[in-house]
Design a protein around this ligand. Structure first.
Ligand code: HEC
Length: 181
């Protein structure tokens, strides 16, 4: 009984110590400072497991279809993804270099993640990283699958391809008749 009482007191003291540490402002949330190793280890591993568990396994688009990849490039450009991640021939905005974690290099993502995982991430976003949920912005599943196909193939998209696929169509001629003297 005595031992149990002692353990109870120790647990209580530990809980008070943890609460004091967390709620009195000792923990530094500055993006400038790296998270302590244990925190970033936990965040990364929890994130990976969560995404793996939830990502769809069935892919409803053909990932090698060039029409799908081009539509994906368009949706990628229209939704400002390049602002943070860059794109073939497009540099990310300077502010993105101050984000922690950094916006991922999508060539690496293409190698390390399945199309289903990319779809899930873009649709749902990732808390505590700054990656937005594009479902919250009403981007359709179809557009997001096209984006996943584009990212899976991003290493083979040249800057010229990207530019010609994403630049707006040239405006219609005005249809004005030249003034007759
Ligand atoms: C405000 C900046 C920002 C914007 C805009 C943004 N992202 Fe992200 N994105 C991030 C950050 C930060 C991460 C987290 C990096 C990590 O996983 O370590 C991330 C993660 C990702 C990942 C997972 C990378 C990986 O390998 O873990 C994918 C895929 C992705 N973004 C695609 C997109 C697409 C597609 C768009 C546009 C529809 C987009 N992002 C828009 C900042 C951004």
């Amino acid at each position: 009984m005595k031992a149990l009482g002692a353990i109870g007191i120790l647990v209580l003291l530990a809980a008070i110590a943890v609460a004091t540490y967390l709620f009195s402002g000792y923990y530094n949330v500055a993006a400038r400072e790296p998270d302590p190793g244990a925190v970033s280890w936990a965040l990364i591993n929890i994130r990976q497991a969560s995404i793996k568990q939830r990502a769809p396994k069935e892919v409803p688009v053909s990932l090698d279809d060039s029409a799908v990849i081009q539509e994906g490039a368009k949706a990628f450009s229209q939704n400002s993804c390049a602002t943070c991640h860059g794109a073939p021939g497009v540099k990310w905005a300077k502010f993105s270099e101050g984000m922690r974690p950094y916006a991922a290099d999508l060539k690496k993502t293409a190698k390390n993640r399945s199309a289903g995982e990319i779809f899930w991430i873009v649709k749902n976003g990732i808390n505590m990283t700054g990656m937005p949920s594009f479902a919250l912005l009403n981007v359709s599943d179809e557009d997001i699958w096209n984006i996943a196909a584009f990212i899976k193939n991003v290493a083979n998209v040249s800057p010229d391809d990207y530019k010609s696929w994403t630049e707006p169509a040239s405006p219609e001629p005005m249809g004005m008749e030249p003034a007759t003297p």
